[in-house]
Design a protein around this ligand. Structure first.
Ligand SMILES: [Zn+2]
Length: 95
């Protein structure tokens, strides 16, 4: 890519309520959350991250095979708008 620097203008974290995975390291239950970031160029990326609820501290990509039911059930997220000093309009993803 070029030297265009992308910055996050907004991010949101939502719990995935119907994720019932297991930690691949220690076998404890794992929880998952979806992290969505919007960048200054308008792109929106989201990533599902699983995390061990035990003590080993494992984190990794959430495996959709552990979802109970097809679409992930997301909690209401905390949306964090990082104060842009260049006032960009925040476009809500329309769905
Ligand atoms: Zn673990």
């Amino acid at each position: 890519m070029s030297d265009v620097r992308r910055e996050v203008v907004a991010s949101q974290v939502q719990e995935i309520l119907n994720y019932f995975g297991k930690c691949p390291m220690c076998g404890e239950s794992a929880s998952a959350r979806r992290i969505t970031a919007q960048f200054t160029d308008g792109r929106v990326l989201s990533e599902d991250i699983a995390e061990c609820l035990g003590y080993c501290g494992w984190k990794g990509a959430a495996d959709s095979a552990f979802l109970a039911g097809a679409p992930p059930v997301l909690s209401h997220g905390h949306k964090n708008f990082q104060a842009p000093d260049h006032a960009l309009p925040i476009v809500a993803s329309g769905d």
